[in-house]
Ligand binder design. Structure first.
Ligand code: NAD
Length: 349
């Protein structure tokens, strides 16, 4: 195994790991350990070029610093990526080799599940390192984070509704949900139970059919979701969907969802603001998943109570962000980013 440091100005530590015999190539990017050990999942994707994988690791690890800080967790931001097709290139030997890379970082970075990875893969990685979370079994195993992620997003939607419509109750409001996977499905359930009307889309027609049946949702084509008449848009699929093409089409009063990196660029936060659309910053809204994973890293004894407290604190943070954004007439994204920057300022001795 070859491990080579990569010099990146904004990051504390970045390494490239390579084992030609195993077909393993990837990066661990540790953006910040200022608030605690860096935590963030490992993603496996068939990147076209190593530089693309490195960029993903850099961008996502920075995002984890923001998400962990916004959730008030004693954790920093990190992420790992492995170049390869999870369907064909993932082998036990490759996962174990990655586990040895994580172990060599001696707890500076904790890994967990991300795209292309499963709880079973985490168990395989865990044969070589103690610094892995997202396991299904074990003393502090935290299991599937999606229901907690969805709960956090649901709370964020209620805060947004209180700010935008003057009432947190969602009965009668229409929410357009993009993506009916792990997070989107649980979110739809919570919204439906609360009496909200749903408009849904997914690239998977079976998921759409299930949502229509289970939640009496209205289905639309994937490219139609941006232009539907609704009160709130909840992106729960892919990143970059709030951009110069989609934002002018939106006919909603607010956007609050679970997808990571919803804004294509920071300028898109200003675009939403200029259109009077209230945007709940994604890295604040979707922190429930990492809160759940954190119970495993921090070996929390009373998991349920601890998660409940953190979710309430996330809700208060969202409320403070939206209040300050209104007072300062700026986008909530700008406020959220500056709150995190303040948290990351070195404390005076
Ligand atoms: P998932 O893979 O289970 O679900 C994603 C769904 O989106 C799938 O049903 C897929 O078919 C659909 N989809 C993909 N492209 C689409 C498109 N162009 N239009 C409409 N639908 C599309 O993933 P997930 O775990 O539900 O995560 C959803 C999002 O939330 C991701 O951005 C993820 O990074 C983010 N997130 C997830 C968690 C978690 O706990 N799972 C935590 C934080 C953030």
């Amino acid at each position: 195994m070859e491990i080579t440091p990569v010099d990146v100005p904004e990051h504390e530590r970045v390494i490239e790991f390579k084992d030609a015999k195993l077909g393993l190539l990837g990066y661990v990017a540790i953006h910040s350990t200022q608030l605690g050990p860096a935590a963030g999942g490992v993603r496996m994707r068939p990147y076209d070029h190593p530089a693309e994988a490195l960029n993903d690791a850099l961008r996502l690890s920075r995002g984890m610093t923001f998400k962990n800080a916004a959730a008030d967790l004693p954790l920093g931001g990190g992420k790992a990526v492995i170049v390869g097709d999870p369907a064909t290139d993932k082998t036990p030997a490759l996962l174990q080799a990655f586990g040895r890379v994580v172990q060599q970082l001696e707890g500076q970075y904790w890994t967990a599940e991300d795209m292309g990875m499963t709880p079973a893969d985490m168990a395989q990685i865990g044969t070589e390192t103690a610094y892995v979370a997202g396991l299904s079994d074990g003393d502090y195993a935290s299991g599937d984070p999606s229901p907690i992620t969805a709960r956090g997003i649901y709370n964020a939607i209620r805060v947004v509704a209180a700010h935008r419509f003057g009432c947190a109750a969602l009965k009668g409001w229409t929410v357009a949900v993009q993506g009916l996977g792990n997070v989107g499905w649980h979110l739809c359930r919570l919204l439906h139970d609360d009496g909200a009307k749903l408009i849904v889309t997914d690239i998977n027609p079976e998921q759409i059919a299930r949502a229509v049946e289970r939640f009496s949702a209205k289905a639309v084509e994937t490219n139609e979701i941006y232009a539907v008449e609704a009160d709130i848009f909840a992106p729960c699929a892919i990143g970059g969907i709030l951009n110069e093409v989609s934002i002018p089409q939106l006919k909603v009063a607010a956007v609050a969802g679970g997808a990571n990196n919803q804004l294509a660029t920071d300028a898109d936060a200003d675009r939403l603001h200029a259109r009077g659309i209230l945007y709940a910053p994604d890295f604040v809204a979707n922190g429930g998943g990492i809160v759940n994973v954190a119970t495993e890293i921090l070996q929390v004894e009373d998991r349920e109570a601890w998660v409940g407290l953190r979710l309430r604190s996330m809700e208060n943070t969202m409320d403070r962000i939206l209040t300050r954004a209104r007072a300062e007439s700026v986008s909530p994204h700008k406020v959220a980013a500056s709150i995190v920057q303040e948290l990351l300022q070195p404390r005076a001795a």
